[in-house]
Design a protein around this ligand. Structure first.
Ligand code: PLP
Length: 397
């Protein structure tokens, strides 16, 4: 019996593996500590204490008070809760063209329930111009929802500037920080946001748990009606093991920033990116094509287009050889229209289709990067050899 074939996972923006320490922290809450956190007996008190301790850890990661954290079933629910819960019929909402569908489709729903929505564009690097947000303000504007980091490109938005615009205009600011949490430091007071969404499974906690930060004193209508959990802002018995996992992952993320692990992560990402650009012809980093006009990104993501390659075919070819990457976001790959994010950045449809996202995680090693580099250059070269359109262009140019 030989060794199992090597597998390298570079699709951490889709989801991350639960860290062993996170799993160990959760384990007792599936078995001996099973109480309902609302029960007054000892079983309930044990799980209540665990939920409140997790709330402290999440609050410490975001720089807020524990009472400002609402646990949810994930990023999608946190986004829905903020966007629907902070607005009323007649209100105007400003968002951007590159938001996750958890925001964009919620905003589409808002239009059906009597709110008005303005979608601001992005530039070729995938950034929203805060001046566009300023210009979109109306007397009826109630909410601005602009993401902190984009899931496909990793590009960071000027959230502090947008926070100031919101504060000056006296409107609420929500930011989807699902792809920022655990990757860059977050301080809700520095951002100046009223609401901020995070999701556990994007930073090594399990799937199906997340949180919404809601600034003290901000009125929010709930999405769910039921018991008075989460101070009546989110009814439903708490997912105790998931919440404990989110708390542990938040703690580990905070410790990792203190150790400077984010710098190590960006060094690994840069080695992958620079290596691909050096070894593969006609490879371009999406959002970085304007030389010397770099834009800030989270440390784990690079989105590269390989001209004349069908991205989905490359993903399948790499997967067969043991490398997991993605063509577009996990939830929209397979859709024929292609990434709305890359299209919004002005890429042509064929460029969108030739784009691949590589996203690293805490478990990614130097050897993983070596493996990915060798495999990507060899696979792209082989696919291009077989591509009549690439050969024709190569001969004619
Ligand atoms: N927002 C962003 C930017 C995301 O990348 C995702 C997940 O892909 C979500 C929201 C949704 O989070 P969840 O999967 O926890 O519902």
């Amino acid at each position: 019996m030989g060794m199992p074939p090597r597998r390298v996972y570079l699709d951490n923006n889709a989801t991350t593996p639960v860290l062993p320490e996170v799993f160990e922290a959760m384990r007792p809450y599936f078995t001996e500590h099973f109480g309902n956190a609302s029960s007054i007996h000892t079983h309930g008190q044990e799980t209540r204490a665990a939920v409140e301790s997790a709330r402290e850890s999440v609050a410490a990661l975001l720089g807020c008070r524990a009472a400002e954290i609402i646990f949810t079933s994930g990023g999608t629910e946190a986004d829905n809760l903020a966007i629907v819960g902070l607005t009323k019929p007649g209100d105007h909402v400003i968002t951007s063209s590159i938001e996750h569908h958890a925001v964009l489709h919620t905003c589409k729903h808002l239009e059906a329930i009597g709110r008005e929505v303005t979608i601001v564009p992005v530039d070729g690097r995938g950034q929203v111009d805060p001046a566009d947000v300023q210009r979109a303000l109306r007397p009826t504007t109630r909410l601005i929802s602009i993401m902190m980091a984009n899931n496909e490109t990793g590009v960071l938005q000027a959230v502090e500037e947008i926070g100031k615009i919101a504060a000056d205009a006296g409107v609420c600011f929500h930011t989807d920080a699902v792809q920022a949490a655990g990757k860059v430091a977050i301080d809700v007071n520095q951002i100046g946001c009223h609401a901020l969404s995070i999701s556990g499974h994007k930073f090594h906690a399990p799937q199906g748990v997340g949180a919404l930060y809601l600034r003290k004193g901000t009125h929010l209508d709930p999405l769910f009606y039921g018991g008075s959990h989460e101070r009546s802002r989110r009814a439903g018995t708490e997912n105790v093991p998931g919440i404990v996992g989110l708390g542990k992952a938040s703690q580990l993320a905070k410790d990792a920033f203190d150790r400077g692990d984010d710098k190590k992560m960006s060094a690994l990402r840069d080695r992958l990116e620079q290596g691909i650009l050096a070894q593969v012809e006609d490879a371009v980093v999406n959002g970085e094509s304007e030389k010397n006009n770099r834009v800030a990104r989270v440390p784990n993501t690079t989105n590269i287009r390989f001209e004349h390659i069908e991205g989905e075919s490359l993903v399948i070819a790499l997967d067969l050889k043991g490398l997991a990457v993605s063509a577009g976001a996990a939830c929209s790959s397979g859709a024929t229209e292609g990434s709305h994010v890359l299209l919004a950045m002005g890429l042509r449809a064929d460029q969108v289709r030739s784009s691949i996202r590589f996203s690293l995680g805490k478990q990614t090693t130097d050897e993983d990067i070596d493996f990915a580099l060798a495999l990507v250059s060899e696979t792209v070269a082989r696919m291009r050899e077989l591509s009549p359109s690439y050969r024709k262009e190569a001969i004619s140019s």
